[in-house]
Design a binder for this molecule. Structure first.
Ligand SMILES: Cc1cc2nc3c(=O)[nH]c(=O)nc-3n(C[C@H](O)[C@H](O)[C@H](O)COP(=O)(O)OP(=O)(O)OC[C@H]3O[C@@H](n4cnc5c(N)ncnc54)[C@H](O)[C@@H]3O)c2cc1C
Length: 404
């Protein structure tokens, strides 16, 4: 008989785990997925494209209904899991029902952070995480609307791009002295800033928000230096926080995220966690590729394979405001590292590779990201690159040979 396996969360990690489990051992588990969002799992990464009007929301479903039915997966969507009893092996849902499990997987993702500033609860303050947030943004992005986006990281820039495309006048406020400071060095960030500004989006750096002002609705954002930016709506995109409350209240060990070991097991036997809600070896990943790697490793573990999860190399491959950007590993270069830089501002191309001894440890690519996957392989495999050193910035050798 199939063992009951319950997954809490209907996001990208959960969908990948269901896929991996059914292709490895269909029928071994009776899988039930509990999801708070009232829809089939979708590709959250493509929300930016939906916001920009480039794809329809119906086009971003990860799997069609038939796929789930064919695999016998029970979907309980639009329903929040409210408590877990690790000893009794049960999960209680918001509608009062209770589900028994043999194995439980937490894939609860993250929530947007809202700073505790005056005005944060005013109507017109929006975050960017779910499909519903897009409806809220579109509602406020008419041609005469002024929207302030707080946060010049990936999400903030994606929101700004989509809102500008929808016709709003957009200002991005970023606390730091350059955009996407965790993924980009100063030169790549400056190129990105120019590209974003060319789309008609205003960027204010070193902008520390004091409050969102307004009487009954958003009217502006006041900075700590005294400046005020008029706004009809404010999108807050300053970061995410792993969704850990359910685990914590069940007595499962939580630090920044739900703490897991190399088998993705939490401190409670038979209860696992994957995706953005997880903290593994002190690292919380905010990207989809580590979530997929964790789903793969957990499926292997749950079906008798031995593929412990050893962590992921942080890599970001994005299209920000229509510009390709890739960033992986150590992009700033610790002491005793070497940098190889290839820059062609006229063509909008910048590449920086960081080497530690004969290994590639980091890469930033702006404009031309075609070799990103290859650089990521070199970083992950830690293979010596001294033979390639002089040509490394020009990309994968065989690609050039084929092109020639
Ligand atoms: C606009 C946007 C753009 C992005 N772009 C990129 C990108 O370019 N590259 C990249 O790598 N990453 C990107 N990301 C991040 C990426 O989407 C996440 O890394 C990925 O979705 C994580 O998957 P997850 O399954 O862990 O979490 P999620 O996809 O967030 O899924 C978690 C699900 O669990 C549900 N849930 C939570 N608690 C409960 C509960 N108690 N009961 C039932 N259900 C619950 C939530 O409602 C949610 O549906 C982007 C994110 C956003 C929002």
């Amino acid at each position: 008989m199939s063992e009951p396996l319950v997954i809490i969360g209907n996001g990208m990690a959960a969908a990948r785990l269901a896929d991996e489990l059914s292709s490895r051992a269909l029928g071994r588990y009776a899988v039930a997925i509990i999801g708070e969002e009232p829809r089939l799992a979708y590709n959250r990464v493509l929300l930016s494209s939906v916001l920009a009007g480039e794809v329809a929301s119906s086009d971003i479903e990860l799997k069609p209904t038939k796929w789930w039915l064919d695999r016998g997966i029970t979907l309980r969507y639009g329903c929040r899991a409210t408590t877990i009893d690790p000893a009794a092996h049960t999960v209680t849902l918001a509608d009062g029902q209770s589900l028994s499990f043999s194995k439980l997987v937490l894939a609860t993702g993250s929530q947007p952070i809202k700073p505790a500033l005056p005005g944060m609860t005013l109507p017109g303050v929006i975050t960017f995480r779910e499909i519903n947030d897009i409806w809220a943004m579109w509602h406020r992005a008419g041609t005469d609307d002024r929207v302030v986006v707080i946060g010049g990281g990936l999400l903030g820039l994606e929101a700004a791009y989509g809102l500008a495309k929808a016709g709003a006048r957009v200002t991005v406020l970023h606390l730091m002295d350059r955009l996407m400071e965790r993924q980009l060095d100063a030169r790549a960030a400056a190129m990105l800033q120019r590209a974003v500004e060319a789309k008609g989006i205003e960027i204010i750096l070193n902008a520390d928000t004091a409050e969102i002002s307004g009487a009954g609705r958003v009217e502006g954002v006041r900075l700590k230096d005294g400046r005020t930016i008029t706004a009809d709506a404010v999108v807050v995109a300053i970061g995410i926080r792993p969704s850990v409350d359910l685990a914590r209240s069940a007595g499962i060990a939580v630090n920044r995220g739900i703490v897991v070991d190399d088998t993705l097991q939490t401190s409670a036997r038979g209860i696992y966690a994957i995706g953005e809600c997880v903290e593994h070896r002190n690292i919380v990943y905010g990207l989809v590729e580590p979530a997929y790697e964790q789903a793969r490793a957990l499926a292997a573990h749950l079906t008798g394979g031995a593929a412990p999860y050893g962590g992921s190399v942080l890599a970001t491959n994005l299209k920000v405001s229509g510009v390709n950007v890739f960033s992986a590993g150590d992009i700033l270069g610790a002491e005793n590292t070497e940098e190889i830089v290839l820059s062609d501002p006229g063509a909008g191309i910048y590449k920086k590779l960081v080497l530690a001894g004969d290994r590639l440890v980091g890469a930033v690519l702006f404009g031309d990201t075609a070799d990103g996957a290859w650089y990521l392989d070199l970083i992950r495999s830690a293979q010596p690159v001294d033979q390639l050193h002089d040509d490394l910035a020009f990309g994968r050798p065989c690609t050039k040979a084929i092109a020639a």
